[in-house]
Design a protein around this ligand. Structure first.
Ligand SMILES: *Cc1c(COP(=O)(O)O)cnc(C)c1O
Length: 216
């Protein structure tokens, strides 16, 4: 199957409340264009400069999502156009996003990344920190926190993956009722998006299932 067909059949298979982010990191403009032809308009990248280069040349109705770890000093390269930042996991980063969003007179939508995986990882807020970060974010007029993001442990053990996703869903539910704009739960990738959807995901980030394996 070509990229266009794979994108179409994935979109068709998803429940209507689940949004697809097509993860196009390392993929060419030509490959992204094939998914675009299938009607896909949301693309996810994990390197800011690579995303900016693609934003320059691709159609302007694409919504660009930053799904990777964000270095504070690089926020400025995407502040003009990024539609959603998935991996916000520190107050320092939030502060910089606020500064850059203000400079461009925009509101930037963000997800807070929560550490749910049992495996050791540097990224993501511990659940205990979430409340404090949300309170601080409320004081930033150019930031809108629209939900949470998480990554499960890289394992074949689907019971463990489901347990981690269920835990994130529980945390999400504690806040989802409080405002209408807090409505996005980003969890699930090519290998585990079906489990994630069963556990309540509203946004999946799928790369290799659409574009094929990455070399890098
Ligand atoms: C690369 C990446 C994905 C997509 O991974 P696939 O397994 O190719 O679907 C999803 N989320 C994040 C944060 C990624 O870095």
């Amino acid at each position: 199957m070509d990229i266009k067909t794979k994108t179409e059949s994935l979109i068709e298979s998803l429940p209507p409340h689940v949004t697809l982010v097509a993860v196009s990191k390392t993929k060419s403009v030509a490959e992204i264009s094939q998914a675009y032809e299938a009607g896909q308009r949301i693309f996810g990248e994990n390197k800011i400069q690579e995303m900016a280069a693609k934003w320059e040349v691709l159609p302007k109705d694409i919504s660009w999502h930053m799904i990777g770890h964000v270095q504070t000093n690089k926020v400025k390269y995407m502040a003009q156009f990024v539609d959603l930042i998935h991996g916000v996991d520190s107050l320092k980063l939030l502060k910089e996003i606020q500064k850059q969003a203000l400079k461009h007179q925009r509101t930037i939508r963000c997800l807070l990344q929560i550490r749910i995986a049992e495996e050791e990882t540097k990224f993501g807020l511990p659940v205990e920190k979430l409340k404090e970060v949300l309170e601080t974010a409320k004081t930033y007029p150019n930031i809108e926190i629209v939900g949470l993001m998480g990554m499960a442990t890289f394992t074949e053990n689907s019971a463990q993956i489901a347990a981690e996703f269920n835990r994130l869903k529980e945390v999400y539910d504690q806040y989802a009722g409080q405002s209408t704009s807090f409505n996005t739960l980003s969890m699930g990738m090519s290998g585990d998006y079906q489990i994630a959807i069963a556990c309540g995901s509203t946004m999946i980030r799928v790369g290799s299932k659409i574009f094929g394996e990455r070399n890098s």
